[in-house]
Design a protein around this ligand. Structure first.
Ligand code: ADP
Ligand code: TRP
Length: 340
C-alpha cells in the first residue's frame, strides 16, 4: 500500500537553531501535510551546515533545534522517514559521482555562490563547500528518486540543477536512472516577506518572527514589524494589501472574522498598529501553543528523538544504497573485479 504512494523528499539546513514563520508556512507546513498522502523522506542537512558553521557546539545546538522543531510542528515518524544527512553516507558518495555530469560554468551561475561573490571580497573567501552546495543537494534529491521536492522559492534553482544533472546523466548512459524531480513550491507562501517589509524573511536578515522563542522575543518581533510607511496616525486610512502585518494575519490568525474587521477598520483609519499587532501576537500564541508544549516535552525526552533518527537513517540507507549500487553499475565502477 505504502509503496504505491508517490515519493517526496526534502531537507532543511540547520544553519540556525530555530525555525521562523517563513520556514514554517513556506516549507515545513506543506511538507508535513504531504506525509498523509505521500511516501515522505525528510532530513536535516547537517553536512550542508558546514558551509557556515565551524563551531562544534553551535552545530550541535542547531541540529538538535531543527530536529525538535520539526517533530514539535507535526512531523510524524510513523508516517515519514526522518533522518540526518550525515548518517547516510551515500549522499556524499553520490555527490562525488554527480560532479562529473555538470560543468564548472553552470556551477558558477548558481545564486548562492554568485551572491556571496558579490557581497564578499572574492573567491578566496568562499569555501568549496558553498560552491559545491547545489551538487550535494542534487545528490540528496536524486538518491531517493522522488517525484517532488517541497521547498520555498529560494530553493527553486537548486532543484532545477538536480533536474539538469539527472537529464545529463540519463542521456549519457541512455537509461532512465533518475526520474526528473518536480519542485513543489507554493505560489502564495513560497516567499514570505520579512518584518522589514522589503526582503524575504530570513534568519540572516534579522527580519523574522520566530515560533519557539520566549514570548517576549516574539512579541517584540511582532511589535517592531514594518506596516504601512505612509500612515502617520491611527486615524489615517491605511493600506492593507502588501502590508506585512496583514500578510501574517492571513497566515496565522484562525479568527477570520477578526481579521476581516481589522482590515476594514485599518482601511478607514479606525484602528492603530498596536491593536493589530497585539491581536497578531495572540493569534500566534493560539496557533503554536500545542507545538510549543510538545517541544518542551521532547527536550525532556531526547532518547525518543534519537530512536526516531536512528530508525529513519536505517530506512533511508536502505533506499539510498540501492540507488548508489545502480549508479555504480551504470557508470562501470561495479565491474568484473567486484561482482561475483
Ligand atoms: P533562512 O533564509 O532563514 O536561512 P533557510 O534557507 O534555512 O531559511 O530555508 C529553509 C526552508 O524554508 C527552505 O525550504 C526555504 O526555501 C524555506 N524558506 C526560507 N525562508 C522563506 C520565506 N521567507 N518564505 C517562504 N519559504 C522560506
Ligand atoms: N538547501 C536547503 C535549505 O537551505 C536544504 C536542502 C539540502 C534540501 N538538501 C536538500 C532541500 C534536498 C530539498 C532537497 O533549506
Amino acid at each position: 500500500m505504502k509503496e504505491t504512494k508517490k515519493r517526496i523528499l526534502s531537507g532543511i539546513t540547520p544553519s540556525g537553531n530555530a525555525l521562523h514563520i517563513g520556514n514554517y508556512f513556506g516549507a515545513v507546513k506543506p511538507q508535513i501535510e504531504l506525509q498523509n498522502t505521500h511516501q515522505t523522506y525528510y532530513f536535516v542537512a547537517d553536512l550542508h551546515a558546514l558551509t557556515t558553521i565551524h563551531d562544534r557546539e553551535e552545530l550541535e545546538r542547531n541540529i538538535t533545534g531543527v530536529v525538535l522543531d520539526y517533530l514539535a510542528l507535526g512531523l510524524d515518524s510513523e508516517k515519514c522517514v526522518f533522518f540526518r544527512q550525515s548518517t547516510v553516507p551515500a549522499h556524499s558518495q553520490l555527490a562525488i559521482v554527480l560532479a562529473n555530469y555538470i560543468s564548472f560554468g553552470q556551477m558558477q551561475r548558481m545564486h548562492a555562490f554568485k551572491d556571496k561573490l558579490q557581497k564578499d571580497t572574492g573567491v578566496e573567501s568562499i569555501n568549496m563547500g558553498l560552491f559545491n552546495y547545489p551538487l550535494l543537494m542534487a545528490a540528496d534529491i536524486l538518491l531517493y528518486k522522488p517525484f517532488g521536492v517541497p521547498v520555498g522559492d529560494d530553493q527553486r534553482q537548486h532543484v532545477e540543477l538536480a533536474r539538469d544533472i539527472a537529464e545529463k546523466f540519463n542521456k549519457t548512459y541512455d537509461q532512465e536512472v533518475f526520474p526528473l524531480p518536480e519542485p513543489l513550491i507554493s505560489e502564495t507562501v513560497g516567499r514570505i516577506v520579512g518584518t522589514d517589509g522589503k526582503r524575504k524573511m530570513s534568519k540572516s536578515l534579522n527580519n523574522i518572527i520566530g515560533i519557539f522563542e520566549d514570548e517576549t522575543v516574539i512579541k517584540k518581533q511582532i511589535m517592531d514589524c514594518f506596516t504601512d510607511p505612509n500612515r502617520q496616525r491611527a486615524t489615517d486610512p491605511g493600506k492593507v494589501e502588501g502590508n506585512p502585518i496583514f500578510i501574517y494575519h492571513d497566515l496565522i490568525n484562525d479568527n477570520h472574522k477578526e481579521v476581516a474587521e481589522l482590515k476594514a477598520r485599518y482601511l478607514q483609519g479606525k484602528v492603530g498598529d498596536v491593536e493589530v499587532k497585539e491581536k497578531l501576537f495572540l493569534a500566534h500564541q493560539r496557533l503554536f501553543a500545542s507545538a510549543r508544549t510538545r517541544r518542551q516535552e521532547l527536550v525532556q525526552n531526547l532518547t525518543v528523538v534519537k530512536k526516531i533518527l536512528a530508525e529513519g537513517a536505517e530506512q533511508a540507507c536502505r533506499l539510498a544504497k540501492q540507488t548508489l549500487a545502480e549508479v555504480y553499475q551504470v557508470i562501470g565502477e561495479d565491474n568484473q573485479l567486484n561482482k561475483n
